[in-house]
Design a protein. Sequence first.
Length: 331
Amino acid sequence: MPELRKDPILGRWVIIATERAKRPSDFKPEPAPVSRGFCPFCEGNEDKTPPEIRAYRQPGSRGNGPDWRIRVVPNKFPALQIEGDLDNRGDGIYDMMNGIGAHEVIIETPKHEVSLTPLSDGHVAEVLEAYRERLMDLKKDPRLACGMIFKNVGTTAGASLEHTHSQLIVTPIVPKRVVEEMDGAKQFYNFRGRCIFCDMIKQELRSQTRIVVSSDHFVAFEPYAARFPFETWVLPKVHSSHFEDLTEPQRFDLAVVLKRTLGKIEKALQMPPYNYIIHSAPFIEPSMKHFHWHFEIIPRLTKMAGFEWGTGFYINPVPPEAAAQDLRDVR
Ligand SMILES: [Zn+2]
Ligand SMILES: [Zn+2]
Ligand SMILES: [Zn+2]
């Protein structure tokens, strides 16, 4: 059973993977290259993953067999496990609980694609629907507080398989980063009576300098204080705190905007490794007027070094305005 341990100074929780305990020699200086041979996520290899939790399949096809469009399976090496009690307890001055949660993999296509961008708009919309459905399902579990969808593309970004997929980790506590964003947004709301993300969207659309893509329902832009080169956020134009409240027209529009934005990043930077994450309000919160769900897309072009680790400052060598111009110029 993995353990969740709380840092008594910062209040940050760490997952200690007791069952995956590694020896010093397990850490290679360079990550192993992604295998280009056998792929457990390709159609026909369904028995090489844990049995599916949910699949979008052709009518009449059988579970854990071929003829699917999207499969959701438990992670074979989960960071958290779904069975058991939280058993929140103390250990002297320290706090800990059992590593309860969910860790799922969304396999986005039966074909061996390395990105979402070659998939049709309708297919990407269905991937977004898979995200939404899984969040709605796990939200029913009273032990679970917050769901986070994320995607790792490329070895440097943490992907161990290149076949395009996303992951969902649901935690029993609200992650510190989400708490910090909610607290910051709450302060602005208390002062101005408005959502800071909505205000940001309005200002960005007015000035246009950091806009990458804008559609009926969504906008992609480089944040004013971007931490990383080509860091890009995607937000719904109409205020919404929970990703799982995504409507059907929004879903199709988001598929188009996400594909266009990722396509521009892939073309401008020649298929860089990247992560994206969805920051959404916790399950345990009702609709919030001050928090606005969003994607953060982070191309992995720079490395965190001593200064960043020591200070929490980031050094971004590309001004977000220049990055936005480069991405807009990609045809
Ligand atoms: Zn594959
Ligand atoms: Zn808002
Ligand atoms: Zn965020």
